[in-house]
Design a protein around this ligand. Sequence first.
Ligand code: GDP
Ligand code: GDP
Length: 490
Amino acid sequence: MSFTLAIVGRPNVGKSTLFNRLVGKRLALVDDQPGVTRDLREGAARLGDLKFTIIDTAGLEMATDESLQGRMRMLTERAVEMADACLFVVDARSGVLPADEIFADILRKKNAHVILAANKAEGKAGEAGLMEAYSLGLGEPLGLSAEHGEGMADLAYVLRPLIDLAEKESVDHTPEVDVDLTDEDEELGDDEVVEYIPPSASKPLQIAVVGRPNAGKSTLINKILGEERLLTGPEAGITRDAISVMTEWSGTHMRIFDTAGMRKKAKVQEKLEKLSVSDGLRAVKFAEVVVVLLDVDIPFEQQDLRIADLAEREGRAVVLAVNKWDMEGDKQDKLKSLKEQFTRLLPQLKGAPLITVSALTGRGLERLHDAILEAHQVWNTRVTTSALNRWLVGMLEQHPPPAPQGKRIKLRYMTQVKARPPGFVVMASHPDLLPASYSRYLVNGLREDFDMPGTPIRLFMRSQSEANPFKGRKKPGRSKLRKHIEGRKD
Ligand code: GDP
Ligand code: GDP
């Protein structure tokens, strides 16, 4: 899975020129997908030592009828969904046009990670347009010249941390990509975290129920769905090899992924063996929250531990559920020993919820629902840059970083670059020398102070000797902006 960048923007801004520059001869056409995706070009791009995939909404210039706008929207949305980040290109020579605003709007709604570029910025003719691109509210525009190859180093500089992060995340099929918060702070005022948007019919919470055979996965899912729901059930998922059902569980829209039990019910023509580890692994990839279902008689089996660990490494929120609780005689003692085993065997999931349930009777399912929703919320946490930096100052004062080999390590700046799960970048003077224990100190502090129990937290150190990519990303104040735009219209 390579990092994918989508080039979007209205016709004639220079997308193809940029695409060709980045791809050179290594062009591949995406022609095996039906419908709109035929119009998406895909290529293996290279920029300095960076390698990634780019997709381009080519073919738009061919559409001349009034359906163009709709097609543009559709293609752009497709491209955004397929990509890890978007390069939104405007034309520095023509300035910001109404069509550009439409694109900005789509990107904002899709919650995409956007790199804004003003192309054709070579020479003086592009200066005003470059300035004007700030008005799109998508941060600082990069000045590019696709034709003359200018600004490519800047592009590489902005892309590098995103690509690094995506690689560290390995396979991340989380459906959407994140915006960095640098530019949102202004509107957020004093709030430390961005408000959580609960799941909806169009954005259901995606869960997978995994666990060893006979743990009770099918029983649990059937209980959640209610028998009648199965009639509407299984439909093809995002890919051919995942099956999912949509349901509304206690008022929360959810999509439940791929289990052997569902296959049985669906009579899907596949081997009807019990859920194997590899089925579980696949389900994990599509889920936001992974419910690891344990059998109270044989909890924390090797297989359970492996899949829980995998879910954490894949950056999923994890909820542990101990099933068949109705069978348990000495509930109090058992719970104590379960908690002890959890802490000892899965330290990487510290703080994740452990819920006792009976899939058979339905006891505890309400608590399981609440734990899933809460884990999802924590996993979506977005902390503002200003709050983070205030926090960082305190952490540094309390416990200054070490000075290995006499070199004082300075941590200067911090920002959240992604959510789902939360990922942070710290600018440091000698990131390679910073001991892992110090990173752990920061991660534990983040967990505690911003209330993120149980979720994977990613922390990356970046060298401060490189220029600060977040510097100057503040957009002009609202009123200044408006004046600027209105001034231009006169
Ligand atoms: P697309 O429709 O967005 O794919 O745009 P194209 O790549 O087809 O470019 C549209 C026009 O802009 C072509 O005539 C290009 O030669 C021109 N163009 C592309 N990049 C630049 C640039 O950096 N500077 C200038 N001056 N022209 C450019
Ligand atoms: P799966 O292989 O994980 O899908 O497990 P199943 O849902 O097929 O359940 C395996 C067995 O455990 C079945 O006989 C279920 O009736 C039983 N079972 C499932 N949940 C419970 C429960 O909460 N309590 C009890 N006592 N039995 C359960």
